[in-house]
Ligand binder design. Structure first.
Ligand code: PMP
Length: 359
């Protein structure tokens, strides 16, 4: 390394870069983006209007305390405002949680494979990742995760439902796990896909956090609410943790446009959740057809399905792309396919069938 360049923190060496889902190709016949778990529906007119209105004053800084949004969330989730914290997407809040709890020499536990930002933001914090492999059924190995706790553990991510497998943890297993984790270790229940869960046994983290001060729930407006491009997520946690999130927040991080859109979305929740219902129905259809084609598909509780393709992952992703649906390959492991608009799902299903015929 040259002495003439700025000294950077050694922990940044070899950091895996976050790979966003590939965009759909433009200019081709049809191309759908099924690679980022986005909501395929355009913004609701009312939500769009509120953003357009807010855009008229973007010469001003946003409300740093997100007052209206916090009040709306407090009502919606029946939690005190002091138990809430907002951030630039739930990944922004996750990074603040690491900043609040970890540093060099500390350990962060999470299942692997899981959300690909975890290793990146953990490494940036200076802490060490302890990755606990998923079981053969693509489930969190919660016993192994609890066994992995040491006196250096500061934070555990539990992604429920898990990205990219879609598999969810049910109440008894999760409670047993939480009972085993020491009270001074923060457990982050990342529920980015919560609104797509239909199984009543998959417990809502907001119920679990109430009498567990070491549990923090992460939610986002990016998926079910369709605000991915505006960057707003939030945490529900006890005041000590929520207070730490306020200290570690980038000042004015959540734009006024994002705040207004989130408030308008909560007020238009019925219309948005009706769209989610349609996606859940499409998820059932896609899963059913894949099984009929002979695929093994873990039961998805999110807005995507997971196909473990091993060394044929890239080949499959290329075939889908050629057919007009861009999916998300994890080379050597599998492909995650977002449930999109019915036409997009049809293109993907046709490609999946063609792949099986290839043998
Ligand atoms: N958690 C999980 C499990 C995710 O899949 C994602 C998005 N890919 C996020 C958090 C981050 O979402 P956002 O920052 O847009 O809220």
């Amino acid at each position: 390394m040259s002495e003439n360049t700025p000294k950077l923190r050694a922990v940044l060496d070899g950091i895996p870069t976050y790979k966003p889902g590939k965009p759909a190709a433009s200019g081709g016949p049809v191309a759908y983006k099924l690679s980022s778990n986005e909501n395929p529906h355009p913004p609701l007119p009312g939500v769009l209007e509120s953003v357009t209105r807010a855009a008229g004053s973007f010469n001003r800084y946003p409300d740093m305390a997100c007052t209206e949004l916090m009040a709306e969330l407090s009502r919606r989730f029946q939690v005190p405002v002091e138990h809430l914290a907002t951030g630039t997407g739930s990944v922004g809040v996750a990074q603040q949680l690491l900043q609040s709890t970890t540093g060099p020499g500390d350990e962060v536990i999470y299942a692997w494979r899981s959300f690909e930002a975890y290793p990146i933001i953990t490494q940036i914090s200076g802490a060490t990742s302890i990755q606990v492999p998923l079981t053969e059924n693509e489930e969190h190995d919660l016993d192994a995760m609890a066994d992995a706790v040491t006196d250096r553990t500061r934070l555990i991510f539990v992604c429920n439902p898990n990205n990219p497998t879609g598999v969810a943890i049910r109440r008894p297993e999760l409670e047993r796990f939480l009972d085993r984790v020491p009270r001074d270790v923060l457990v982050v229940l990342d529920e980015a896909y919560r609104e797509f869960v239909r199984d009543e046994e998959v417990v809502d983290g907001v119920e679990l956090y109430r009498d567990r001060p070491n549990v923090c729930v992460l939610r986002t407006f990016s998926k079910a609410y369709g605000l991915a491009g505006l960057r707003v997520g939030f945490a529900v946690a006890h005041p000590r943790v929520a207070g730490a999130l306020r200290k570690t927040a980038v000042p004015f991080g959540v734009s006024q446009l994002a705040q207004e859109a989130a408030v308008a979305s909560l007020r238009a929740e019925d219309a948005l959740l009706e769209r989610v219902e349609g996606l859940v129905a499409e998820r059932a259809r896609v899963s059913r057809e894949l099984v009929a084609q002979g695929w093994t598909v873990p039961e998805s509780h999110a807005n995507f399905v997971w196909l473990r393709l091993g060394d044929r992952t890239t080949e499959f992703a290329e075939l889908c792309e050629k057919a007009g649906a861009v999916v998300r390959p994890f080379a050597g492991e599998g492909v995650r396919v977002t449930v999109g608009e019915p036409e997009a799902n049809d293109i993907f299903l046709k490609a999946a069938a063609a792949f099986r015929q290839r043998g």
